[in-house]
Design a protein around this ligand. Structure first.
Ligand SMILES: Cc1cc2nc3c(=O)[nH]c(=O)nc-3n(C[C@H](O)[C@H](O)[C@H](O)COP(=O)(O)OP(=O)(O)OC[C@H]3O[C@@H](n4cnc5c(N)ncnc54)[C@H](O)[C@@H]3O)c2cc1C
Ligand SMILES: NC(=O)c1ccc[n+]([C@@H]2O[C@H](COP(=O)([O-])OP(=O)(O)OC[C@H]3O[C@@H](n4cnc5c(N)ncnc54)[C@H](O)[C@@H]3O)[C@@H](O)[C@H]2O)c1
Length: 448
């Protein structure tokens, strides 16, 4: 059997759904392949369930603060099964809405994987042929698995979401977004946490704020072990020890989370048959217009290894649809100044250049304005954790190159400043702005 479309999209995550839906809206006949749940990583195994867990951890912390300001509450443990049910029901609702909308939009959804047999032709699992002049690879990435003894004793981030209960003592291996977020979330939900970091912690964020976050995590009771390379896991599920390269042993732990990066989903697609070029880590190589090395085949989202964030996948998908079917041949996504937040406790975020990146590019012309403060709600409760903000500017006229924030509220306050930075923000604009008081955001405006 053979089916012809204007566009075939491989992967129904943030990137694939966007390009498929936008293209259909622009009149294209679209087929969308995915063997797994609609919504991909973000909806099913990433941002959404993670943020729900982050909120749960925030509410646990809020109970402790409430007690500290005089509420007669004894912080209660989480009914994990009920929370999981409510979170999963919410996610099932998102998936159901996608199914309905894709149907209404006339998109042919094929719940299977497909592989290339020619640049414009794919075969599905049953051997049916699908062809289109445009094919988008949006197959995302999966948790990276290390080839070390005992790896299977631990879990990866996908598994966190199917836990039946909180582990008592968990080791988190890694130093990136996933490792830091889950270390904080699991600690907030009552686990004892060891974070084992091989290289730098959160190396894409501003060094000073990362160190301030690490200090706060340790002050809350998390153990952070640096410069440690885990080479093996030993024991049995529920009683796991980790051995590092120096021969030292860590644990025992009743759970281990491997958070050591992600592997692009490029295997099994038949890409070598059509000679789509990959980088050394297996990401599909793309140019500024998301073109691969093969005409008619484009790639977007995590599979390209360029800023693995949902809004980036969505924006790249939208721009690609506009270019292919919207009569905008120059449409493309600009990968500069992308804001992001690590949902740690407290959250850490940034947009633009870090101080280190700015000094590498602009040397002595860089001007830094940084400050720390204790948020009002913490002070009232008798706590003294310091939040931080930093402005990275360049030149006499102090054009703002980077804005960084650590502390409660950072996850919300950065969005508006990111817009301003993109529009060419200067420090004088901040000085001329009236603060909203008392807030965390005013600390950026009032930095002296
Ligand atoms: C734990 C975690 C938390 C995160 N939190 C955030 C956050 O807070 N904010 C944020 O911006 N980003 C976050 N991210 C990153 C974000 O989830 C990704 O950047 C985003 O989901 C990428 O979308 P995508 O469409 O490129 O890939 P995916 O969402 O991974 O979608 C790819 C889809 O392709 C399908 N697929 C795979 N192989 C094939 C095949 N052969 N044929 C057809 N389909 C295939 C998969 O089943 C999947 O559905 C998080 C990631 C993780 C892991
Ligand atoms: N809040 C958010 O926006 C959010 C949250 C989670 C993930 N994400 C996105 O997903 C991407 C993937 O996140 P991630 O945390 O999986 O990857 P990452 O690239 O952020 O971090 C991977 C970490 O694993 C470490 N590592 C690699 N190999 C190792 C080894 N053998 N032993 C020990 N450590 C090792 C690296 O040094 C690094 O610290 C992020 O880069 C981010 O773009 C975003």
């Amino acid at each position: 059997m053979s089916h012809a479309f204007d566009l075939i999209v491989l992967g129904a995550g943030s990137a694939g759904l966007t390009v498929a839906r936008r293209s259909a809206k622009l009149g294209a006949r679209v087929a969308l392949f995915d063997p797994d749940a609609l919504g991909g990583t973000c909806v099913n195994r990433g941002c959404v369930p993670k943020k729900a867990m982050w909120f749960a951890a925030q509410w646990a912390q809020a109970q402790r603060l409430a007690a500290d300001i005089g509420f007669a509450v004894t912080p209660a443990p989480l009914d994990w099964a009920r929370f999981r049910r409510q979170r999963d029901d919410y996610i099932a609702g998102i998936r159901q809405r996608y199914t309905q909308r894709l149907d209404e939009e006339g998109i042919h959804v094929q719940p299977s994987a497909a592989r290339f047999v020619a640049a414009n032709t794919l075969l599905d699992a049953d051997g049916a042929r699908y062809s289109a002049p445009q094919i988008v690879i949006a197959t995302g990435a999966r948790p990276r698995r290390l080839d070390i003894p005992g790896f299977e004793l631990g879990m990866v981030s996908d598994d966190i979401f199917i836990l039946e209960a909180a582990p008592r003592h968990i080791a988190v291996v890694g130093g990136g977004y996933v490792a830091t977020e889950f270390a904080c979330v699991m600690h907030g939900l009552g686990c004892q946490v060891d974070l084992l970091v091989r290289g730098g912690l959160l190396s894409s964020f501003d060094d000073a704020l990362v160190e301030a976050l690490a200090t706060q995590m340790q002050a809350r009771g998390m153990r952070i072990v640096r410069d440690v390379e885990v080479v093996a896991a030993q024991g049995t599920p529920g009683d796991i020890r980790l051995r590092d390269a120096s021969g030292a042993s860590h644990g025992p732990y009743d759970a281990v989370l491997w958070a050591v990066g992600r592997t692009p989903n490029t295997d099994g697609l038949g890409l070598d048959a059509v000679e789509v070029a990959l980088d050394t880590k297996g990401h599909v190589q793309t140019d500024a217009f998301q073109n691969t090395s093969v005409p008619g085949i484009t790639a977007i989202g995590d599979v390209t290894g360029r800023h693995a964030l949902t809004p980036v996948a969505v924006a790249a998908g939208h721009a690609l649809a506009q270019r292919l079917f919207g009569g905008e041949p120059q449409a493309h996504f600009d990968y500069e100044a992308i804001p992001s937040v690590v949902f740690a406790e407290p959250p850490l975020g940034g947009v633009g250049l870090t101080e280190r990146e700015a000094r590498e590019r602009h040397g002595d012309a860089v001007r830094i304005h940084a400050g720390s403060y204790t948020p009002l709600q913490l002070m009232v409760a008798g706590h003294h954790e310091q939040s931080m903000v930093k402005l990275v500017c360049v030149g006499e006229d102090e054009r703002v190159l980077g804005i960084h924030a650590l502390g409660p509220g950072s996850e919300e306050l950065l969005q508006g400043f990111a817009v301003a930075l993109r529009m060419g923000l200067h420090r004088r604009d901040l000085k001329a702005s009236v603060a909203i008081h008392p807030t965390a955001a005013e600390e950026v405006v009032l930095l002296r």
